[in-house]
Design a protein around this ligand. Structure first.
Ligand code: SF4
Ligand code: SF4
Length: 423
């Protein structure tokens, strides 16, 4: 007899995932929105209870419900902390996706906002050339002081927008694309794709330049994606725009064919690519996801190139999507420990409040969460002269730089410490 799946409610949540929460509250201390508000509805447990009320008990999709869901940073700190294995990230993504298509008045944004979102998510993020062109316009507007600081945007640099990546687009002729790491390629025989993404590639390209320099020193033959890798779709998934995220994911998969590893130096993008199996639910997507590595994870896997001791101090800040989703935060330390003196924060990886577009959509909460992180950073001396904060996610880097810290990507730090002659 085939098993009959229980009927789902208006949020279309997986009933098994929903009932896993036993209400123990062990996740509360790991939730940044609960920590700054002290409100049950701003905690994972409170949000799950609200989801169950809508899904199972016919509670309305009210403004309070939508606000509670919107206020979640989607940091997944609760996923990592939950002893019962609640996959809160999935519940939140499914809830957001249901709200986007819901006809409930509280979930329906004004027409102008929907048009703005459509332009931003579909046109700008989905087409890298449009994003780069708008970035140049933004840079000009910033120089003319037309962009208020409260927008929280980083100051764009001409040198960053102009910098070039030292790698071919697509695997060169003769380079087999269907091969795993270990086939003839770079001097140590490693072959890999390097995913460049959307905002990071436009605004923080020097990080990509540094990552490619390290990979070259490590003997990796790197190729840039072919047409279609405009955006990983992480921001779309966060916003519940799942169909657009799927469209982007199909294009990203097609842009890096074969079996070579895919290296990603943005923790958020890497997490999204590693979750393509769930997003698309196909064997092809699952195979693709298994090839994805965070930059530091990959460098440690193949062997850190020769570096010199710099005598400098670095505070390691773990992006949530590297620590809680990819669970690949430890290689950052392994990679940098030969060149830098590393300091650890004692906040269990609590979120910095960046959360994709969260800092723009929820500026007050995001600011309060960042303040907690800033206090932890100050306590360990991260604001002292010569001390650098290391973060592997572009959003976290922007968020912490706005609080006055000097922030570098692990790839930039390793590139600086490389010994002169490549291995
Ligand atoms: S999500 Fe997990 S940790 Fe939090 S209350 Fe539910 S069972 Fe407990
Ligand atoms: S994802 Fe982060 S902000 Fe959202 S409920 Fe979980 S811990 Fe709190």
């Amino acid at each position: 007899m085939p098993t009959v799946e229980p009927a789902r409610g208006p949020l279309r949540l997986n009933p098994e995932e929903l009932v896993t929460c036993v209400g123990c509250g062990l996740c509360l201390a790991h939730c940044p929105t609960y920590r700054v508000t002290g409100l049950e509805i701003a905690s994972p447990r409170g949000r799950i209870a609200a989801m169950r009320a809508v899904e199972e008990n016919a509670a309305p999709i009210s403004e309070a419900f939508v606000a509670a869901m919107d206020a979640c940073v989607q940091c997944r700190g609760c996923d990592a902390a939950c002893p019962s294995g609640v996959t809160f990230g999935h519940l939140m993504e499914d809830t957001r996706a249901a709200l986007v298509t819901s006809s409930a008045p509280a979930a329906t944004a004004p027409r102008w906002l929907r048009a703005f979102d459509w332009f931003g998510y579909r046109i700008v993020l989905g087409h890298h050339r449009v994003l780069v062109a708008l970035s140049w316009l933004l840079l000009i507007a910033q120089r003319l002081r037309f962009v208020p600081k409260r927008f929280g945007l980083p100051t764009l640099q001409v040198s960053a927008l102009r910098s070039k990546l030292d790698a071919p687009v697509g695997m060169p002729v003769g380079m087999p694309v269907g091969v795993p790491v270990g086939m003839p390629g770079g001097s140590t025989g490693h072959v890999a794709w390097f995913f460049t993404g959307c905002v990071m590639d436009a605004w923080q390209r020097p990080t990509h330049v540094a990552a490619l320099k390290v990979l070259k020193a490590a003997g990796v033959h790197v190729a840039l994606p072919m047409r279609g890798a405009d955006c990983c779709g992480a921001l779309h998934t966060h916003a519940g725009r799942r169909e657009e995220a799927r469209l982007l994911a199909h294009r990203v998969i097609a842009s890096m064919p074969g079996g070579a590893v895919i290296i990603v130096d943005s923790a958020g993008c890497g997490a999204a690519l590693k979750e393509y199996g769930r997003l698309l639910d196909t064997a092809e997507a699952r195979d693709f996801a298994a090839r994805v590595r965070d930059f530091s994870e990959y460098v440690v896997e193949i062997g850190v190139p020769a570096v010199r001791a710099t005598g400098r101090t670095v505070v390691v800040q773990d992006p949530c999507h590297l620590r809680h989703v990819q669970k690949a935060h430890l290689p950052v330390r392994t990679m940098l420990q030969g060149a830098y003196s590393l300091l650890e924060l004692d906040d269990d990886g609590l979120c910095c409040g960046a959360g994709g577009a969260y800092s723009m959509l929820q500026p007050a909460l995001s600011g309060e969460i960042r303040e907690r992180k800033a206090q932890a950073l100050h306590a360990i001396g991260a604001a002292n002269d010569g001390v650098v904060v290391c973060s592997a996610n572009p959003g976290c880097a922007i968020q912490l730089a706005q609080a006055g810290f000097t922030v570098c990507h692990p790839a930039e730090l390793l590139a600086e410490a490389l010994e002169e002659s490549p291995r």
